[in-house]
Design a protein around this ligand. Structure first.
Ligand code: PLP
Length: 222
């Protein structure tokens, strides 16, 4: 199947209100152009250098979402253009994004990555670490970032019930912090969850943004 046909298939699964981040990491510009021609405008990348090269060479109305693990020294390269950063998992990173965003006179939307999977290897705040960070309140002084919601990855397994439980826990946590810290913040509204193999479950559990790569672009060679 072609990229355009795959893209259409994924889009047909999304209810209104759920946006697609087409994860184009490790795929060349030609693949992105094919999806772009079909109307896709939001793309997700996990390496700053790769994303920046693509940003510089592809149409400027693309929204670039950074979904990878953040390194403090690389934030400056994407600060001028990145549309959303999905993987914030420490207060220190928020401070650094804020600093670089300020230099470009921007406000960068950020999602708090929460560790919901059983696997040890996935990044993210634990629920308690995130509560503690928000409770401290220092983040309220960071005027060049906007905390727009949460992001999570489920355990990479076939057990549908387990995946569902993990996504459900992220939705419950989203509601808790919305109620506690962001009731009047309209922009705090995103639950970024769901990848190629589990996005239908994520949608049923309240996802507002799915990050789908291989189902659109094919398997990655890395
Ligand atoms: C690679 C990646 C995806 C997309 O994964 P697929 O299985 O190819 O859909 C989604 N989210 C994150 C954080 C990723 O690193």
């Amino acid at each position: 199947m072609s990229i355009q046909a795959n893209l259409k298939e994924v889009l047909a699964d999304l209810p209104s209100g759920v946006r697609l981040v087409a994860v184009s990491k490790f795929h060349p510009n030609e693949a992105i152009e094919e999806a772009y021609t079909a109307g896709q405008r939001i793309f997700g990348e996990s390496k700053v250098q790769e994303m920046t090269q693509k940003y510089e060479t592809l149409p400027k109305d693309i929204e670039w979402h950074f979904i990878g693990h953040l390194q403090t020294n690389k934030i400056k390269y994407m600060a001028p253009y990145v549309a959303m950063i999905h993987g914030i998992d420490s207060y220190k990173l928020l401070v650094e994004v804020n600093k670089q965003a300020q230099k470009c006179s921007r406000v960068i939307p950020c999602l708090l990555q929460i560790h919901i999977a059983e696997e040890e290897t996935k990044f993210g705040f634990s629920f308690d670490e995130c509560r503690e960070m928000l409770q401290k309140g220092d983040w309220k002084e960071l005027h060049h970032i906007q905390i727009s919601g949460v992001m999570g990855m489920a355990t990479n397994i076939d057990d549908t019930e387990q995946i569902k439980k993990e996504f459900c826990s992220l939705n419950t946590f989203f509601k808790e912090i919305k109620r506690t810290y962001f009731t009047d913040t309209e922009s705090f509204k995103e639950i970024s969850m769901g990848m190629s193999h589990d996005y239908p479950i994520a949608i049923r559990e309240g996802s507002t943004m799915v990050r789908v790569g291989s189902k659109i672009f094919g398997e990655r060679n890395y």
